[in-house]
Design a protein around this ligand. Structure first.
Ligand code: ZN
Length: 422
């Protein structure tokens, strides 16, 4: 398929894809047929994009109920691969792919790499998980498709990562933001910054504050840090990435429709407000998604991007609706704490939020690391400053404790930052 010319053409592709998906799922999946019948809606009721709101939601528990091949909408002999993500409770989610699904995933992943400026001259160190996990397979396929050299190191193993950064001189590294920080700190500790050639960091699957971004770029001596989105249910990583202007994530609206809904009422939020990402795929054959509730929170960014891309934008992932903390009746998204801490001078990017109950009242304790270059005599001042900002911006009280640089645990995968001890 050639380039999409304008928003009108994109809408046309979306409507065709929506009609195809609804027909396909209704005809070939018992699960979807039951869901549609229960909601009293037939594929022929979908005449325009606005009819999307008549369709029933699909949720993570449906994938578990329908284990081992949930949402399967093709005969089994058309499935060429499965991937799986660990469920938070009980059984894993298993998603199936046809040959065309793998091809589609590869081509939009290549689009993501191109948006990050990666091409045949690049060497890409892929430091994400391979195997059942979707990440490695996705990055690898997209990287090869744009003609870059893939260096499939996998996650962890700092020794090997550092050795390859020096010996093979990759220009791009793909990893989680926790891993990027860990690696950056290691490069700094060993004084290797001048011996490596990383220009571009592509990081996925995790929230990352602005101060953490600055630290990663600085430690690695890189120019650009791109956020790539990803969800096993939606092929895997690659369905969206920011452009070189870093003003929001462009998402591939020709492969899926994104709705941003209030997680409580399931009605659309006002333009620009935070809500849950709900996804309907337009071409997925083996495990199509219809109004799938991702639990990921973000907001749409309206208006065209100065980069000229016609693909619409959403903000970074600001957390999960499951992670929402309710403290003394106030909804707090961990992303809001990130944003506040990023504006504070003299602290590192690492923090923990601990929720406690004392005498039947909830307390939020935030442990923050002092910046490595900062004198502890400023602790009290910094602590008071953070407490004031949190009170002003989120309307809750927090108890802030400044700890030594490096005192909070680091992780090669996703860092756990919230500890609810109530
Ligand atoms: Zn842009």
């Amino acid at each position: 398929m050639g380039e999409i010319k304008d928003a009108k053409e994109l809408e046309k592709i979306q409507l065709e894809g929506l009609k195809w998906t609804v027909n396909h799922a209704y005809k070939n999946s018992l699960f979807y047929k039951r869901q549609f019948d229960k909601a009293g809606v037939k594929p022929e009721d979908i005449k325009g994009l606005e009819d999307l709101s008549r369709l029933p939601f699909t949720e993570a528990h449906h994938l578990r109920d329908d284990y081992p091949f949930p949402l399967l909408s093709v005969p089994e002999e058309k499935v060429v691969r499965i991937h799986s993500s660990s469920g938070t409770t009980g059984k894993r989610k298993i998603l199936s792919y046809t040959k065309k699904d793998i091809e589609d995933w590869t081509s939009f992943f290549a689009r993501a790499f191109k948006m990050a400026g990666i091409g045949p001259k690049d060497r890409v160190q892929i430091a994400v998980g391979y195997g059942l996990w979707t990440a490695g397979a996705g990055f690898q396929a997209g990287c090869e498709r744009v003609g870059a050299m893939a260096i499939p190191v996998g996650p962890g193993n700092l020794e090997l990562q550092c050795q390859f950064l020096i010996d093979l001189k990759p220009t791009c590294i793909c990893c989680t933001s926790s891993m990027a920080l860990l690696l950056g700190e290691e490069i700094k500790r060993r004084g290797l910054k001048d011996k490596i050639s990383i220009r571009t960091v592509i990081q996925g699957s995790e929230r990352c504050s602005d101060s953490m971004r600055r630290a990663i770029l600085d430690h690695l001596g890189a120019e650009h840090l791109y956020d790539i989105t990803g969800l096993t249910e939606l092929y895997g990583p690659g369905p969206g990435i920011d452009c070189h202007l870093h003003k929001g994530i462009h998402y591939w609206a020709d492969y899926y429709i994104l709705e941003i809904l209030d997680p409580e009422t399931l009605e659309p939020v006002k333009d620009g407000e935070i809500g849950e990402m709900v996804i309907t795929t337009l071409r997925k054959e083996a495990s199509p998604l219809i109004r799938y509730r991702t639990r990921d929170l973000t907001r749409k960014i309206s208006g065209p991007c100065p980069c000229g891309s016609i693909f619409p934008r959403h903000d970074r992932i600001l957390g999960r609706s499951d992670d929402m903390i309710i403290i003394r009746g106030v909804n707090v998204y961990p992303g809001q704490i990130d944003e506040i801490l990023s504006e504070i001078e003299g602290i590192s990017s690492e923090y923990n939020i601990i929720l406690e109950r004392r005498d039947a009242r909830d307390y939020m304790v935030i442990k923050v690391e002092r910046d490595s270059a900062r004198d502890p005599s400023y602790d009290e001042e910094i602590q008071a400053g953070i407490e004031k900002q949190i009170k002003n911006q989120i309307m809750v009280s927090a108890e802030v404790q400044i700890v030594d640089y490096g005192a909070l645990p680091r992780s090669e995968r996703k860092s756990k930052r919230i500890f609810d001890n109530r």
